[in-house]
Design a protein around this ligand. Structure first.
Ligand SMILES: *[C@@H]1O[C@H](CO)[C@@H](O)[C@H](O)[C@H]1NC(C)=O
Ligand SMILES: *[C@@H]1O[C@H](CO)[C@@H](O)[C@H](O)[C@H]1NC(C)=O
Ligand SMILES: *[C@@H]1O[C@H](CO)[C@@H](O)[C@H](O)[C@H]1NC(C)=O
Ligand SMILES: *[C@@H]1O[C@H](CO)[C@@H](O)[C@H](O)[C@H]1NC(C)=O
Ligand SMILES: *[C@@H]1O[C@H](CO)[C@@H](O)[C@H](O)[C@H]1NC(C)=O
Length: 331
């Protein structure tokens, strides 16, 4: 799977360099395609559709189908029921292959690592320090607030994230009390050494700010592992499609064939009109490329962008969903 993704990236890069195309390649939407990699589908390129993004995926190799009693596939290996699965995500601990129940496939089950910061409110004037190889904070750094003696430190809890506006206090500028200087800038925000960095535009990347920081893909940056390939064996086998939340990395839910959430188009193409690579399918529902299927909620768009699966994205509200649908922009 990792190999295929690399191939896809290399291939798109090569195309971007060689073709004098008017479509900016960096706008290629890689978000919302994660499940194709989990299903071992291979990208198919078609210059008439896009010069750099995959036009569709070839899933004829199919989902990594295993029989019920066979165990859990993970990165090219099948783990027997009961066996430990060496999942690489540091925030998933003690993963093992759990037997399937009620005719469901066995699935990888992990304990979610619960970091201390989840339970302990952050102390005033302290920040958590992270390491890119570990799930939880590795320590904290506190600074001594030098507040004026005659003033209540009423704003202390929020002080390190929301410095008081210029000029509101003359003696205490909270930001002046934080000793480490800002070392990383990402999407116009400043971070200090050890801070965790999240990106709006690269929502699948996260970094820890170090002196070697360059950008979302530099040293001490990692790709968020949604666990698409081990958490959702059943959905992938059943031909379900993920629902994403606008511009977020990991899927929030699934729509499976025969779901009431997506309805066929009034003028749905017939099975024989539907060609591989230019139509999306969800069970009996067939949608031509660039068309959208009606859904049960106006905040949910299911658009045929990259066949064979519909791309379903949920928005904070219906207006935003309608706007996105109008422009055919998935974000
Ligand atoms: C999809 O992949 C299979 C197996 O590699 C291959 O035989 C088939 O021709 C491919 N189909 C398309 C449309 O590329
Ligand atoms: C940065 O990455 C290096 C190499 O992977 C690692 O040894 C180091 O601990 C990381 N530092 C932080 C602060 O994440
Ligand atoms: C995200 O990308 C868009 C389009 O490329 C750009 O206009 C915007 O400034 C970026 N946002 C941030 C926070 O960098
Ligand atoms: C930064 O990179 C240099 C050179 O590769 C390396 O020696 C150093 O340990 C790195 N620093 C961190 C914090 O990862
Ligand atoms: C996709 O659909 C939109 C809205 O109906 C339309 O404006 C656009 O031209 C279509 N794009 C293609 C490539 O057919």
């Amino acid at each position: 799977m990792a190999l295929q993704r690399t191939t896809f990236l290399l291939f798109s890069l090569a195309l971007c360099v060689s073709a004098q195309d008017p479509v900016p390649c960096q706008d290629c939407q890689q978000l919302y395609l994660e499940h194709y990699a989990a299903r071992n589908c291979t990208p198919v390129f078609d210059d008439t559709v896009s010069l750099c993004c995959p036009a569709s995926f070839n899933c004829s190799t199919g989902p990594a189908v295993v029989r019920e009693d066979e165990g859990c596939p993970y990165r090219g290996k099948v783990y027997a029921v009961g066996e430990t699965v060496p999942v690489t995500n540091p925030c998933d601990a003690g993963c093992y292959c759990r037997p399937g129940t009620d005719g469901q496939l066995p699935k990888v089950e992990c304990a979610v690592v619960e970091c201390p910061s989840l339970f302990n409110p952050r102390k005033p004037f302290c920040r958590n320090l992270y390491n890119s190889e570990l799930c939880c904070e590795v320590g904290e750094e506190c600074t001594t607030p030098e507040l004026p003696v005659d003033k209540e430190p009423a704003t202390a809890t929020g002080a390190e994230t929301t410095p008081a506006p210029e000029g509101t206090t003359t003696q205490a500028k909270p930001e002046a009390n934080i000793r480490s200087t800002a070392s990383c800038t990402a999407e116009d925000k400043e971070y200090k050494l050890g801070d965790k960095i999240y990106f709006t535009n690269e929502s699948c990347q996260t970094c820890v700010c170090t002196e070697n920081y360059t950008d979302a893909f530099g040293p001490n940056c990692t790709t968020i592992d949604c666990g698409m390939d081990y958490r959702y064996a059943q959905q992938l086998r059943d031909g379900c499609t993920p629902i994403y939340f606008r511009n977020r990395c990991c899927s929030i839910d699934w729509i499976c064939p025969n779901s009431e959430r997506v309805k066929p188009l009034a003028d749905q193409p017939t099975e024989s009109e539907a060609t591989t690579g230019s139509h999306c399918k969800l069970g009996d529902i067939v949608v031509p490329r660039n068309a959208s299927a009606p859904t049960d909620n106006c905040n949910l768009n299911c658009l045929c962008v990259t066949p064979p699966d519909l791309t379903c994205v949920q928005y904070p509200d219906c207006d935003e969903a309608a706007k996105a649908l109008e422009t055919r922009i998935l974000q």
